[in-house]
Design a protein around this ligand. Structure first.
Ligand SMILES: CC(C)(COP(=O)(O)OP(=O)(O)OC[C@H]1O[C@@H](n2cnc3c(N)ncnc32)[C@H](O)[C@@H]1OP(=O)(O)O)[C@@H](O)C(=O)NCCC(=O)NCCS
Length: 164
């Protein structure tokens, strides 16, 4: 997809439905990948209703992190969002807590634009280090590439699951 220049502006309560909708569509392949990697038994135990959990998580972030959530618009449509938080104030460490782009717009540079924008906001409030957590599985490949492109250094962490 050709690169598009989104308009990035603060989240407004009226954006909630569009943000939840694009998030659920963006995360569907990510959860499908998790299910393939973990197997259905473990996956269903960890995520009995990922859509509901994700809907709630996105709504909570939008409601509780006022002033720290932004949306990307292309034309009149909301096509992505990003939220930031202070991860460790003593170490001046901030984080991107959520990032998603409408799958119809993947590959257009919107995730990269939102990431750069979020890092600038963290710098503005005095953060010296930015952290972001994501998966090492194939479903999170785009997220990893987005963060690595933005200059993040990868610290591999392994988490294992076993059916008992
Ligand atoms: C991660 C995400 C926000 C990226 O949004 P996007 O608008 O497609 O990002 P960009 O267009 O800026 O692309 C970023 C890079 O990822 C690469 N990429 C896209 N899909 C990829 C894939 N499946 N595997 C590897 N790299 C991929 C792009 O090619 C680009 O790198 P490049 O410039 O070197 O070509 C989007 O894929 C998404 O919403 N994913 C689901 C939710 C998610 O994983 N959120 C973040 C972690 S919890």
């Amino acid at each position: 997809m050709d690169s598009v220049q989104p308009r990035i502006r603060p989240f407004d309560d009226r954006d909630a439905e569009a943000v939840v909708d694009l998030s659920l569509r963006a995360w569907a392949p990510v959860f499908a990948s998790l299910e393939r990697v973990l197997g259905s038994e473990i996956f269903r135990r960890l995520h009995p209703d990922w859509r509901e959990d994700q809907r709630r998580a996105v709504k909570d972030v939008c409601a509780s992190q006022k002033g720290r959530v932004w949306v990307a618009e292309v034309g009149a449509s909301v096509v992505g969002f990003v939220s930031v938080g202070v991860y460790d104030p003593e170490r001046s460490m901030g984080e991107i807590s959520m990032l998603a782009v409408d799958p119809d717009h993947h590959g257009g540079g919107i995730g990269t634009a939102l990431t750069g924008f979020a890092l600038d906001r963290l710098k503005e409030v005095g953060m010296k280090v930015a952290m972001v957590e994501t998966g090492g599985d194939p479903g999170h490949a785009a997220a990893r590439r987005t963060y690595e492109k933005a200059g993040y250094v990868l610290l591999p962490i392994a988490r294992y699951f076993k059916n008992l």
